[in-house]
Design a protein around this ligand. Structure first.
Ligand code: ADP
Length: 783
């Protein structure tokens, strides 16, 4: 501009020139002002930035400038650095001094150097810095100037350290797990894997080092039993990167892996996929062992004839075995197979009232977290034949890893008999406590094992008192030797009845009858004694015995008297016949020789004597007959038809005279005394004809009827009948209801009949309606 001004000045006037100069001076001043302003701005910038900017003149080895940030980074001011040319060297951490040396060579070659090292801050803290240095060489290649930027990177370094730490923890974790782990990116490229993964899959290092996922996958597929399935799974997951997936891989060599895959998410975004593999071959084998033990269980249940069932909780179906069906008295064939749903099971086999309970229990146990071996259920069942029984069900659960019940299996046992026994036991207990029989359970030493309610009531002691007293305390005649002998006897005979006395709390003695049974129960021998208080019975028995004895004496006396009487009657009637015959024959003689020769009275008196002696003959004969009844004691078969025929023939004249009609139906053959039977029939027919109403022809009906063990005969007439009050006494000897002038007779006929009937172990009685007729009935023993 000065040059141009000079050129122009040759042509310009001095005023113009001075004006121009002034203008130029103002312009200059203005530019200078702007320059100063820019410099100031630059300086402000230089002083205010975080980075430490610095320049060094390497020829004079002098610090040219250093920005104010140096105080923040190092703790020292720019002035400090200007004052001490070695300060920047001295602040370097002793362990990192070498790093700063290494760069010198590079700088001498004019290169840019970036390094990180520690410094010791003025406050003694260790800081990390990053130092970026640019070198300037002169035309001869000598280092003449350095310009550098220093950053405090302490925070970054701490974060990096932390990251390193967590990475190493992660790596250690990955390596220490038993699972094989592989991380792949979204394209399936292998990012990371652990040693276990290599081990599990037997993948050679060289394949992995290539990080070529295709090679690795091919190697993997070769080992699988079903590679197609795995591949399709991989593809499927490729399309659904966020999906979590799980399955089981089976290897050609028999190994079994559990495969688990989860997306790798970074801020909710999919970065890749983590695969983990676990070898579960052993667990599977344990599972097989479980299955085997299950089948052993099935065998055991079969042998033990136990009903066994399995319930598949996923399918909701029961499977039963043959024993199960036979327990319910049916077969799989009848039911239609081995599988059915719970509802059908319930309807077929569970007793209706117990269905809700059984269903509830099943649901409850399947949902239970823990299930012990003692899961037992008892309920009523309906057998196929409609009967009702009881079963006990023991069941077990199998849960998957998530704790969900997948299977239940159980063993059923018929406990009907057991339940019946329980019921019987309860009944027995009830009976024992409620019976009026006192019961003692006595041990061999005479102590009580137990007594029942009735025992305490009978003796008046409380249960505790009785248990203290034992047999010696209640038996007034207790004697140890006798007791021991007694015990031996029960032991040998198992059952014994004895009568003895026991003492009550109030001191009274009672008579007791003891029925005692010996039994052994679990090494304990005992006598179970049923005791009854027979004090009153004994009293009655004694009284009865006494009266029986009296009766017997009386009977004997009576029999004796009877015999004496019969003997007397016989002797009397027999011996009376002789003098009577003499009287009769002499009266006859006197009548023959002196009739009409004495006076008229004498003839009359003689005829009275003759009549009386005739009557007396009859009486004596009757008496003799009576005493002779049953004398000839030999039973014979008597055909009563035949007998009746004879009697009617004998009585033919009398029957005709009376115009009597006699009917009889078929009569039996009996075992009896013929003469006596004949006389019995005869007497009854004579009476029926004799005791007839005037002007009425006798109608007589005779019949015999069989009862359980007798023949009952009836002789019915249409005669005068008998008043009620006379119906018994007519059977007594010489008892008559009429005078001889009304009806002839001696009053001995019915007493004969009675004696004959009783001789045949029978009875005789009469039924009658006065003025209409009588029926004489008697029984004769059929055999
Ligand atoms: P007797 O015939 O000699 O009188 P019984 O001993 O045969 O003696 O009879 C006793 C009495 O019983 C008779 O006197 C008579 O009064 C009564 N008696 C017997 N049989 C009959 C009859 N069939 N009907 C009515 N009375 C009878």
């Amino acid at each position: 501009m000065i040059q141009s001004g000079r050129n122009n000045a040759e042509q310009l006037s001095p005023e113009m020139l001075s004006k121009k100069l002034m203008e130029q001076s103002a312009q200059l001043k203005k530019e200078n002002e702007e320059l100063r302003k820019a410099h100031k701005e630059l300086k402000t910038l230089f002083e205010s930035i975080n980075e430490v900017l610095y320049s060094v003149d390497m020829v004079s080895n002098k610090l040219l400038q250093v920005s104010a940030a140096c105080e923040k980074v190092y703790g020292y001011t720019a002035a400090d650095f200007f004052a001490d040319g070695n300060l920047w060297q001295n602040v370097i951490h002793p362990d990192d001094k070498e790093i700063s040396q290494q760069q010198v060579q590079l700088l001498n070659q004019g290169k840019q150097v970036v390094n990180q090292y520690r410094i010791i801050h003025k406050d003694k803290s260790v800081r990390w810095i990053e130092n970026k240095i640019t070198s300037t060489l002169d035309e001869k290649g000598r280092l003449i100037r350095l310009d550098g930027v220093t950053n405090d990177i302490t925070d970054r370094k701490i974060a990096e350290k932390k990251l390193e730490e967590s990475v190493s923890i992660m790596e250690a974790t990955i390596e220490s797990t038993a699972d094989g782990i592989l991380v792949a990116d979204l394209n399936g490229k292998i990012i990371k894997f652990n040693k276990k993964f290599v081990e599990l899959w037997h993948i050679p290092g060289e394949i992995l080092e290539t990080k070529d996922d295709n090679k690795a996958i091919n190697y993997v597929l070769d080992q699988l039993a079903d590679p197609e399935k795995f591949l399709s799974k991989l593809n499927e997951l490729q399309n659904r990167p966020k999906e979590v997936s799980f399955d089981i891989l089976e290897f050609k060599d028999g190994r079994i892996f559990e495969r688990y895959s989860q997306p790798q998410l970074i801020y909710e975004e999919c970065a890749g996929r983590v695969w983990s593999f676990r070898d579960i071959t052993k667990r599977r084998n344990d599972g097989e062992a479980l299955k085997e033990s299950e089948s052993q269980l099935a065998l055991a249940t079969k042998i033990a004839k136990l009903g066994h069932w399995e319930f598949d909780a996923i399918k909701g179906l029961f499977t039963f075995n043959d024993q199960f069906y036979s327990l319910f008295k049916t077969t799989a064939e009848k039911v239609g197979g081995y599988i059915m749903d719970p509802q059908r099971y319930s309807e077929l086999f569970v007793f209706p009232d117990d269905r809700d309970f059984v269903n509830g229990e099943m649901v409850r146990t399947m949902g239970a977290l823990e299930i012990g071996p003692n899961n037992k259920l008892e309920h009523r069942i309906t057998y196929a034949n409609g009967e009702i029984g009881w079963i006990s069900v023991n069941f077990f659960l199998i849960k998957n890893d998530a704790g969900v019940t997948i299977k239940t299996f159980g063993v059923n046992q018929d406990i009907t008999d057991h339940k019946k026994a329980e019921e019987a036991l309860r009944l027995a207990q009830f009976t024992i406590e409620n019976t009026t029989h006192a019961i003692y359970w006595i041990k061999s030493d005479g102590s009580f094992h137990m007594v029942n309610n009735a025992a305490t009531q009978m003796l008046g002691f409380s249960f505790e008192e009785l248990m203290q007293l034992n047999v010696p305390g209640i038996d007034p005649f207790y004697n140890k030797e006798v007791w021991d002998g007694f015990w031996q006897a029960i032991m040998n005979q198992k059952f014994m009845r004895l009568i003895t006395k026991h003492i009550r709390k109030d001191g009274t003695l009672i008579d007791v009858q003891i029925d005692t049974h010996y039994f052994r129960f679990e090494n304990m021998e005992m006598s179970c004694a049923f005791v009854s208080d027979i004090t009153e019975r004994k009293l009655h028995e004694e009284l009865l015995q006494k009266s029986e004895a009296n009766l017997e004496i009386k009977n004997n006396q009576l029999e004796l008297k009877n015999k004496e009487l019969e003997q007397f009657a016989y002797v009397a009637s027999h011996d009376l016949q002789e003098p009577l015959r003499t009287i009769s024959s002499f009266v006859e003689l006197i009548q023959k020789q002196y009739k009409g020769k004495l006076d008229i009275n004498a003839d009359k008196y003689l005829s009275f004597i003759a009549q009386s002696s005739d009557r007396m003959k009859v009486l004596i004969k009757n008496l003799l007959d009576y005493s002779r009844i049953g004398a000839k004691k030999e039973l014979e078969q008597v055909d009563c038809n035949q007998m009746m025929h004879e009697v009617l023939a004998d009585l033919g004249a009398a029957i005709n005279d009376a115009n009597a009609e006699i009917h009889h139906n078929r009569l039996p053959v009996i075992s009896g005394y013929p003469t006596e039977i004949k006389q019995l029939f005869q007497n009854l027919i004579i009476n029926a004809v004799k005791f007839q109403k005037k002007g009425v022809a006798p109608q007589i009906k005779i019949s015999a009827q069989r009862t359980k063990d007798t023949w009952e005969f009836s002789f019915q007439d249409n005669g005068i009948g008998i008043e009620k009050q006379h119906r018994e006494k007519i059977f007594n000897i010489f008892q008559r209801l009429h005078t001889r002038s009304e009806y002839a007779g001696s009053g001995i006929g019915l007493s004969h009949c009675k004696k004959i009937v009783e001789l045949h172990n029978g009875k005789i009685w009469v039924e009658s309606v006065p003025n209409e007729g009588s029926t004489f009935n008697f029984t004769i023993q059929a055999n």
